[in-house]
Structure formats: structure tokens, C-alpha cells
Design a binder for this molecule. Structure first.
Ligand SMILES: [Zn+2]
Length: 430
């Protein structure tokens, strides 16, 4: 019997309305007890005095690149980077090679995750075959194989008729449809936010209206079909407003924001830095502030990294040619604690958006320190300053705009199923 006794930390567990200094006991992989000054014999002790003890963080939007693009990342390195960033479970998008659009690929991902990844891995299957936006995948067979949601992420389902059927069918398998909402005809080859900065840099702009229009369409289709729509990486004020009013009239919609959209603007592109190229793009300060306000008032339910590794030779291409995306596991905690520091979110609400909410969106256990639940725990110091060097991180890729930055807030320990898998002093332990 393995027992871990986490002593004296500030336990922040929004699912159980808990925010107090107390102990957590993990036994045989599960939460066995939570309470003040437990008395335990014969346990490994983790001293959490002065630290935050949270349910393991759940990242509902990541790219692990396996199968097919292992030069960028694989399930082992992605899983290690995840736990080093405090994420005990990650959902991985389907835009691998081959695309995760059949049960054999879903099986492969889950097998690999079981043998190689210290983090739990939840495969998101493609909504349409080959991410072509034309023919629906076999959703029930994919759910049987272990898919937790469906998405053509990276691509947009432009055909409204196809999206209608995808949403209708998703109700039968009780899995959310995650939309990457960018109207391709309005993006029209844009590579950064359309605005004063794109004009100054002479780069083709991708306007906010490309996202707003597509979010509006998908919300109307979700209302019509009564399906669960989840909007990925919301980046515009318009999208936040549309989601808020749709939710108010009862549409089953959830949404996420990425750390970079919550903290950066298109100013970050000024030096043609390809590490600041993402899709959807970094927007204006007004858009960023609307995303922060949307996260604060609950319109946006979750923080999701959209961890998107790319090799150095790809990010060294010129701005137009370089692929969009940035890695995010190991910086997400420090970067988004900014919202706690400026009081946009209370500590409890910040933790909720990294735990209970994403777990609930994916219909997975976890995201809570309820007794009997999985022993997934993230322990962090919200004030520790450290210098981020992706070369010393666990991802195979280094494409981060925070490379070389001083960050505040650091994950110290991560436990999955009652086992210590990351200790900041010793590194990833499996
Ligand atoms: Zn996307």
C-alpha cells in the first residue's frame, strides 16, 4: 500500500468548495482523506507549507504530434512536459499523421500513453475524415475506442451542413464538438491580427470578424441541434460577447482561452517573431481584455494551453511561411497567475478553470480532490521566481515567446494516481 501525506498546504479545491490550510492523504492511487492536521502512520510525507495544493490540472487542448511528427514532440515527451507544468491529464488533438479519424489510431495513442506518458492522455478524434470537413467520422466506434470529444482543430469545418450533422450525431455519443472557429474565406491568407500592427509590418491580416462570424454560425447550429459545442482558443471580444449571450439564452456552449490570448497582444509580433505566430492570432489589447473579462465572469470556462510544438527549422522560416503555434505546458501556470495577481480571478476561480471545468467539459473524472477520486495533485508556489529556458524543459520543441523570461509562479510537485511523477528539484521521475 502506497500512502502519500501532503501536509500543511493551502488546499484549493473548487469542486468541493474548499480553500483552507489542511492535509491531503493519498492511498492506493486515490484521495483517501482531506482535512486539518490528519494523523497518519507510515506514509511518505510531502511538506506543502506555504504552497498551493490543487487537484491535478487538466488541459483540454494540446498537440502531442504522435503519430507522425515525432521530430516535434511525442506522447512521452509531451506527457513529461505536461506533468512538469502541473498537468496530470491532457486532451490531444487529432491533427496527427495519420489523422486520428479511426479507432486504430485512437487505440495506438492510448497504448502509447499507457506505456510512455506520466500524464493521462485523452484522445480527441477528428470530426470529419482526414480533417477535410466533408465526411463525418464513425463517432460511436471512436468513442468506444476511447475518444472523449471530436474536433477538426487546426482546420475549420466550413460546410454548415456537415457541421449540423456532426453536432446532431454528437448528441448520440454524448461527446462535445470542439470548434476551431476561423472562417477560412475571411482569414484569406492572413498571418497575424488585422490592424495597425499588420499594416505597419506589411503582413497580411487575419481579421477578428473571421472568428466572430464562425462562432456566431456554430452557436446557432448548436442551439438548433441542442448539442454541446465547445469553442476552442477564443481570441476576440466579439466571440466572447456572442458566447455570453448564447449561454444566457440556454445554448449548451462551453469555451476556453489560451494563456497567450489572455496575456499577449499583436505587439509581440513587432520584430517579426515567429514564436508569436498562432492561430487564431494574438489580437488587440481590447480583445485580450475582453477574454480576461470573459474568463472572470465565467463566459469562458477553462484555460487550455493549445501546446503546439514545432521544430526550430520550421520557426526559422519567414513570418508568412512559419507554422502557427507555441509550446505551453511548462509556462501556463506562471503566465496565467498574472490574472490572479491583478485580481481578475481569485485563486479558487483560477484553479477551477484549470481543473473542475475542463474535466467536466470532457466528462472525465478528476479535477477535484474529492475523497475516493483519482489521486491527481498539483502543488505550486505562486510566488517563486524562476527563469524559463525551453532548452531545459521537457518538450522536444522550444517555440515559446517566453523563452529567456523571468516568470513568477512555479509548479513544485505533480502527482498522478497517487504517485509522485514530478519534483522540481529532481525533475520528471518516470
Ligand atoms: Zn485550433
Amino acid at each position: 500500500m502506497t500512502r502519500i501525506w501532503i501536509r500543511g498546504g493551502r488546499v484549493i479545491d473548487p469542486a468541493n468548495d474548499r480553500d483552507e490550510v489542511c492535509d491531503v492523504l493519498l492511498e492506493d492511487g486515490r484521495v483517501a482523506a482531506v482535512g486539518p492536521a490528519l494523523s497518519v502512520d507510515d506514509a511518505e510525507v510531502v511538506d506543502a507549507t506555504g504552497r498551493w495544493v490543487c487537484p491535478g490540472f487538466v488541459d483540454l487542448h494540446t498537440h502531442l504530434r504522435e503519430p507522425g511528427q515525432e521530430y516535434k514532440e511525442d506522447i512521452a515527451t509531451g506527457g513529461r512536459a505536461a506533468v512538469a507544468g502541473g498537468f496530470t491529464a491532457v486532451a490531444c488533438m487529432a491533427n496527427t499523421q495519420p489523422v486520428n479519424d479511426d479507432p486504430a489510431t485512437t487505440d495506438f495513442i492510448l497504448d502509447r500513453a499507457r506505456s510512455d506518458s506520466p500524464a493521462k492522455v485523452y484522445p480527441v478524434a477528428a470530426a470529419t475524415k482526414g480533417l477535410k470537413g466533408e465526411v463525418m467520422t464513425e463517432m460511436s466506434a471512436l468513442v468506444e475506442a476511447g475518444a472523449v470529444a471530436f474536433s477538426d482543430d487546426g482546420k475549420t469545418i466550413m460546410d454548415g451542413g456537415v457541421m449540423r450533422h456532426v453536432l446532431e450525431y454528437s448528441r448520440l455519443v454524448t461527446a462535445p464538438i470542439i470548434t476551431h472557429a476561423e472562417d477560412r474565406t475571411l482569414v484569406a491568407g492572413g498571418v497575424m491580427n488585422e490592424g495597425a500592427m499588420s499594416t505597419r509590418l506589411g503582413l497580411p491580416g487575419n481579421p477578428a470578424i473571421a472568428e466572430d462570424v464562425h462562432v456566431a454560425r456554430d452557436l446557432m447550429l448548436a442551439e438548433f441541434t441542442e448539442a454541446h459545442l465547445h469553442v476552442a482558443h477564443v481570441s476576440t471580444q466579439g466571440a466572447v460577447d456572442l458566447i455570453r449571450t448564447a449561454r444566457d439564452r440556454g445554448v449548451h456552449v462551453t469555451a476556453e482561452a489560451a494563456p497567450h490570448h489572455l496575456t499577449l497582444t499583436d505587439e509581440a509580433v513587432r520584430e517579426f517573431d515567429t514564436h508569436a505566430k498562432v492561430a487564431p492570432p494574438l489580437r488587440s489589447a481590447a480583445d485580450r481584455d475582453a477574454c480576461r473579462a470573459g474568463l472572470a465572469d465565467g463566459t469562458l470556462d477553462a484555460i487550455a494551453t493549445d501546446h503546439a510544438p514545432h521544430a526550430q527549422h520550421e520557426k526559422e522560416l519567414d513570418f508568412v511561411e512559419a507554422p502557427p503555434g507555441m509550446i505551453g505546458f511548462e509556462t501556463a501556470v506562471a503566465v496565467t497567475l498574472d490574472l490572479v495577481r491583478d485580481r481578475t480571478l481569485s485563486p479558487v476561480e483560477w484553479v477551477r478553470r484549470l481543473t473542475a471545468n475542463p474535466a467536466q467539459i470532457l466528462n472525465r473524472p478528476g479535477g477535484s480532490l474529492g475523497v475516493g477520486g483519482p489521486g491527481d495533485v498539483t502543488i505550486l508556489d505562486p510566488e517563486q521566481r524562476w527563469s524559463y529556458d525551453p532548452a531545459k524543459g521537457y518538450s522536444k520543441s522550444r517555440n515559446s515567446p517566453w523563452s529567456g523570461h523571468e516568470l513568477t509562479g512555479r509548479v513544485l510537485f505533480t502527482l498522478v494516481d497517487g504517485k509522485l511523477v514530478f519534483d522540481v528539484e529532481r525533475g520528471v521521475l518516470v
